[in-house]
Design a protein around this ligand. Structure first.
Ligand code: SAH
Length: 217
């Protein structure tokens, strides 16, 4: 059990984060806002980073990776246009925080993390969700077994959009991901699949960790 004083401290910090960083910057989707109000970000950071859990920035989560800035998590979730009945594929579980936000709204979330210790930690943090399915693997090839997906999100930036991900997206489905060369700023894209074509919207410039590949496979 958490002690109630600690719980209250974080509750206030979380409500302030939602009003000051999320709503103030234009996030309007009520489902996204209420998920951000509910999910305890401090449970997805390292112990020593907890005190910074509601700051307006990404935080290190070990293994050279980061938990994304709260606003970016809200923005990417809003761009997915979730109604509640979707099957979502996520590449880059990381801390599991984005996964939890999506799982609060969508029907099922399938999430792949390439780094084993992060996968193990996210598995523990997300154990209370029965609509989250995790896999420790290279997400480049998606997760064929449960495809096609209504929505796909990647939280690491590939240089080019992996073809298998486009193939595993349903017709009319939406994919949200950062894309571009590592070490530079990348562009956040929202892609709507229309048969063999797609409509691509450039949303904004972002800075994400690179999409890595498991070369042993
Ligand atoms: N949404 C996460 C972001 C973590 S950073 C969060 O807020 O915590 C991006 C994650 O993508 C890292 O954990 C990294 O290990 C993972 N990643 C990078 N390339 C990958 C790949 N090819 N397949 C699966 N995961 C990958």
């Amino acid at each position: 059990m958490q002690n109630s004083e600690e719980k209250d401290n974080y509750l206030l910090a979380r409500q302030n984060m939602v009003s000051g960083q999320i709503i103030a910057r234009g996030i309007k989707d009520e489902k996204v806002i209420s998920a951000m109000r509910k999910v305890r970000r401090q449970e997805y950071t390292d112990e020593e980073m907890r005190q910074f859990a509601y700051e307006d920035r990404p935080l290190p989560i070990g293994q050279g990776q980061t938990i994304s800035q709260p606003y970016i998590v809200a923005l990417m979730t809003e761009l997915l246009c979730l109604k509640g009945d979707e099957k979502v594929l996520e590449i880059g579980t990381g801390s599991g925080y984005q996964t939890a936000i999506i799982a609060e709204i969508a029907a099922e979330v399938y999430s792949i993390e390439i780094i084993k210790p992060l996968y193990e930690r996210a598995k523990k943090a997300l154990s209370k969700y029965n609509n989250i399915h995790l896999k420790n693997d290279d997400g480049y090839n998606g997760w064929l077994q449960y495809s096609p997906y209504d929505r796909i999100i990647a939280t690491a930036a590939p240089e080019k959009i992996p073809k298998p991900l486009t193939e595993q997206l349903k017709d009319g489905g939406i994919m949200v991901l950062p894309c571009g060369p590592s070490g530079f700023s990348q562009v956040l894209y929202k892609i709507v699949k229309k048969g063999k074509d797609s409509i691509t919207e450039r949303v904004c410039d972002v800075a994400f960790v690179p999409f890595t590949r498991n070369m042993r496979k």
